[in-house]
Design a protein around this ligand. Structure first.
Ligand code: NAP
Length: 242
């Protein structure tokens, strides 16, 4: 049976590349975008690459009503979900800065999308994922959210501080573990992915890695076999410390 995959924030960047990769693997792609115009453009761009089975889903992850509406429409049209890639995210701090200089406005706005958005989408889509024979949830995290890496003060993970962004990804790691532990006895696997520093709008096109290269880890976790891991954190090279 063809798998049905929702990727949030898929109108550009890593999310678009994940949607493309899953489409190329034969999944029905639900391309999540908060702006319908940008979403339609992305859907057309995806079709131009040869991925035909792609459907636009309007979803603003920071808006509970939009999330509920998206889940309702997926239920009506598809009846289930096999894969959820929680990719939508923001990095509102322009530059790293000591935490003592953080703006609470930026921190709260970051959490609204990265943390509460991911929780909200996961809760809304879980009933649909429970209807899958092999549900997969992939949360886009970051090495910058790893406490294990940040505890080593000689590393960039300790020095590249963004109070909102980094801690929002630490929270995503905790969210990943909580859902993985609850769902461990069943067929749904929940893992976190660090795509690495990537050449997207989020990094102001500063990263060396392409979005397609960055998408690989999320695509791998979205297509894990039944005996694959759950409750783990990976980058392209392998497991990362929480
Ligand atoms: P990006 O190019 O800035 O794309 C972010 C995507 O998220 C866009 O489609 C954006 O939509 C969407 N989005 C933002 N807020 C949203 C909301 N409230 N509801 C729905 N969609 C929303 O970023 P990226 O580099 O591809 O990053 C994708 C994910 O990877 C993020 O979770 C990011 O934290 C993570 N990550 C990225 C890097 C990196 O180096 N780039 C490294 C580690 C982790 P609009 O176009 O409408 O703004």
């Amino acid at each position: 049976m063809k798998r049905i995959a929702l990727v949030t924030g898929a109108n550009k960047g890593i999310g678009f590349a994940v949607a493309q990769g899953l489409g190329e693997l034969g999944h029905t792609v639900l391309l999540g975008a908060r702006d319908v115009g940008r979403g339609e453009q992305a859907r057309n761009a995806l079709r131009d690459t040869g991925v035909d089975d792609v459907h636009l889903v309007a979803i603003d992850v920071a808006d509970d009503a939009s999330v509920a509406d998206a889940a309702h429409r997926i239920d009506l049209e598809f009846g289930r979900l096999d894969t959820l890639v929680n990719n939508a995210g923001v990095k509102l701090e322009f530059h790293p800065a000591p935490p003592s200089q953080a703006s609470m406005e930026e921190v709260r706005a970051t959490y609204a999308t990265n943390v509460f958005g991911t929780m909200s989408v996961t809760l809304a889509m879980l009933p649909l994922l429970r209807r899958s024979e092999a549900g997969r949830i992939v949360n886009l995290s970051s090495g910058l959210g790893s406490l294990g890496l940040a505890a080593d003060t000689s590393t960039v993970y300790a020095t590249k501080c963004m109070l909102g962004y980094n801690t929002s990804k630490t929270a995503i790691n905790a969210v990943t573990l909580q859902f993985a532990n609850e769902l461990r006895a069943g067929p749904i696997k929940v893992n976190a992915a660090d795509p690495g520093y990537t050449n997207t709008d989020m990094t102001h096109r500063d990263g060396a890695r392409t979005a397609s290269q960055a998408a690989r880890v999320a695509i791998r976790l979205a297509t894990l076999p039944d005996d694959g891991p759950t409750g783990a954190f990976f980058d392209n090279a392998g497991p990362l410390p929480w």
